[in-house]
Design a protein around this ligand. Structure first.
Ligand code: GGG
Length: 359
């Protein structure tokens, strides 16, 4: 009898800057362990040095001829971007945003929950009170890059930031969010806008939300203004489940959500092309954290979780579940970095996860 063929996944890994480099290094070790344990798949990992250092040396993050090979990969594992030596808008617009846009990754999925052994800063908030899935639109809004300045360097300088919202972009995000909500036990979707103040794009979001909701009568819905949503997340976390928001609101709300779940260091995200015509990209939601970079104390859990989501997206459900279980056993045992109240460093948490996987 012939043995089932070993699958090979081509992974492009972009550690980026600061702690991104450190957490990706550890995540690759964990992935190598998964490969050995399972024996049914191989990860062909191409490490790409697309960092701010490269930008400072060569004037570009992404080499112009890199796209065909990148498009041919099965997934991208990303660390973090941002350097004190490069303006933040350049690092974002020259690295992470072209990846999301050119690879049609129009959904950013951010699961947020309190991991075992991790405490929420909210008094008496338990893991059953805070278990959210944030669906962030990932291609439009204020991230469309429209606008400009005039009368630069004068007292009359004018800057415009034009948010773009399209029916296509909103509708596909809503459908994705409703599908996610429908598959979760509570079947509940909260949509966030600022449609009292922003009368065009946000009102279109509201309108399309109600239209699409008609196709999902089994999903309970409600709508929040983003300012009131921040209060509800803090005071009534148990009333929320799946959340859908614009690019900018989703980014801000998910940082708050991660902090409420214990630390931004434990939160994962998936930049998805749901059509699967391009590779999707998996990254922790945290940035490059220059203040702690190089000290070996960053929390790798958000990146491990992102790698688990990558394995799931690739169809390796068993490996994804095993990695999540190992991670949660380790956090529950108290092997944690400082941001979540522990005393361990990055390498110690990694070693503990690997030891747990190898049990
Ligand atoms: N690992 C994610 C990362 O480096 N994020 C930097 C950042 O500022 N991202 C903004 C965004 O996701 O829109």
């Amino acid at each position: 009898m012939s043995r089932p063929q070993k699958r090979t996944y081509r992974i492009a890994s972009i550690p980026g800057d600061g702690i991104g480099v450190e957490v990706i290094e550890q995540t690759v070790k964990v992935l190598r362990t998964m490969e050995d344990l399972f024996g049914s798949f191989t990860l062909d990992i191409d490490m790409l040095d697309w960092s701010s250092d490269r930008y400072l040396e060569k004037g570009e993050y992404i080499p112009a001829d890199a796209w065909p090979k990148l498009r041919a990969s099965d997934a991208i594992l990303f660390g973090a971007v941002g350097s004190p030596d490069v303006p933040d808008d350049i690092s974002l617009w020259d690295l992470i945003l072209p990846l999301r846009k050119k690879l049609n990754q129009y959904i950013n999925l951010r699961p947020i929950r309190i991991l075992p052994g991790v405490s929420s800063p909210l008094r008496s908030c338990t893991s059953s009170d805070l278990d959210w899935m944030i669906v962030r639109e990932n291609s439009e809004g204020e991230y469309a890059g429209q606008g400009g300045t005039t009368h630069d360097d004068t007292a009359q300088t004018i800057a415009t930031e034009v948010a773009i919202f399209t029916r296509l972009g909103i509708e596909r995000t809503m459908r994705f969010a409703f599908d996610i909500a429908r598959d979760r036990p509570r079947k509940k979707l909260t949509m966030v806008t600022k449609s009292n103040a922003q009368r065009h794009g946000m009102v279109l979001w509201d309108k399309i939300f109600y239209e699409v909701a008609k196709e999902y009568p089994d999903v309970e819905t409600d709508k929040m203004l983003v300012d009131a949503m921040t209060v509800r997340m803090v005071l009534k976390p148990q009333t929320l489940d799946t959340i859908v928001a614009t690019n900018l609101h989703g980014d801000i709300l998910s940082d708050l959500a991660a902090a409420l779940a214990g630390s931004i260091g434990v939160a994962a995200s998936s930049n998805l092309d749901p059509t699967r015509q391009n590779p999707s990209m998996f990254e922790p939601i945290h940035g490059s954290a220059p203040d702690i970079a190089g000290q070996g104390i960053a929390n790798p859990i958000g990146t491990f979780w992102s790698a688990a989501e990558m394995l799931r997206w690739l169809g390796e459900e068993g490996a994804a579940d095993l990695l999540m279980k190992a991670m949660e056993t380790v956090t529950a045992s108290g092997t944690k970095t400082r941001d979540v109240g522990g005393t361990c460093n990055l390498a110690q948490v990694t070693e503990a996860v690997i030891a747990e996987l190898e049990q």
